[in-house]
Design a protein around this ligand. Structure first.
Ligand code: UDP
Length: 251
């Protein structure tokens, strides 16, 4: 489907509901062409402003969903209404819920050794009948790459989830998705860590108050520097709006 898109700092993000995102992902999995969904939060968009490879991957992805309160705010501020936040974690949980009935085959690639296995056990407990057809941790040397690609190909997944962090996961998927031939790939960041209980998600009240980013920053002090991406993002979006308006005025 052709969703309306918000141009946030040069990145095109679809304006859609979670339900629409799930339907689109299911449609991709029903097809055969390899598709890529990216989940764009403020940090990813900021990074893309100075990483042309990432920017190009996002702007050629089959779908970019608004992951995070920052992205939703920016879109609304720039005049494209975002119905809601489509967090990567929630999107894949919805796909897991549909997976047993649709007989989807899912591959978990990424995170520290042992984490994807734990996430697999959690998915099997939460979604009886789900088929996680392979796992592989995300710490590898370049010479291991061929074997990883072979392992994924052999497992013949319909859905490949890669948790290597941003932008490594997007770059890895873009580089190898054609060869792997999995109908749908998604970069999922800390999803396996949360499922495995290695990392906590913010309490619901904080998610609702749009403060999940603050919770993460508090929990992982080494990320405090990354938190600065948020005020910089707000500043950049405000400047961007001025620039776009000026351009429109000057024709
Ligand atoms: N990760 C990985 N290989 C790497 C770097 C990171 O598998 O070379 C995993 C890491 O263990 C974590 C996930 O990628 O499970 C997301 O990492 P992080 O939270 O740093 O990234 P974000 O998506 O928040 O940018």
């Amino acid at each position: 489907m052709n969703f309306r898109k918000a141009d946030i700092l040069g990145i095109e993000v679809a304006s859609l509901t979670m339900q629409e995102a799930v339907a689109e992902a299911e449609k991709f999995m029903d097809g055969t062409a390899p598709r890529l969904i990216a989940t764009a939060n403020a940090e990813m968009i900021m990074r893309a402003t100075h990483d042309d490879e990432l920017k190009n991957i996002l702007n050629t992805a089959d779908l970019v969903v608004p992951d995070g309160a920052g992205t939703v705010w920016a879109s609304n501020y720039l005049g494209i209404e975002m119905p809601e936040r489509v967090a990567g974690f929630d999107l894949v949980q919805n796909l897991f819920a549909n997976a047993p009935a649709k007989k989807r085959r899912i591959f978990f690639f990424g995170s520290a050794p042992g984490v994807a296995e734990k996430a697999k056990a959690k998915a099997e407990k939460d979604f009886p009948g789900i088929q996680i057809v392979g796992v592989r941790d995300g710490y590898f040397k370049p010479e291991d790459e061929l074997a990883i690609i072979e392992q994924i190909k052999k497992a013949q997944p319909d859905l490949l989830l890669a948790a290597l962090g941003v932008p490594k996961q997007e770059k890895w998927l873009k580089a190898h998705m054609e060869e792997i031939g999995c109908p749908l790939s998604i970069g999922v960041g800390g999803t396996f860590d949360v499922m495995a209980g290695v990392m906590k998600r913010a309490p619901l009240w904080m998610q609702k108050a749009k403060l999940e980013w603050l919770f993460r920053g508090m929990l992982q002090p080494k990320r405090i520097g990354r938190l600065m991406a948020l005020p910089r993002f707000v500043f950049a979006v405000k400047a961007y709006k001025k620039m776009v308006n000026k351009k429109a005025l000057n024709g």
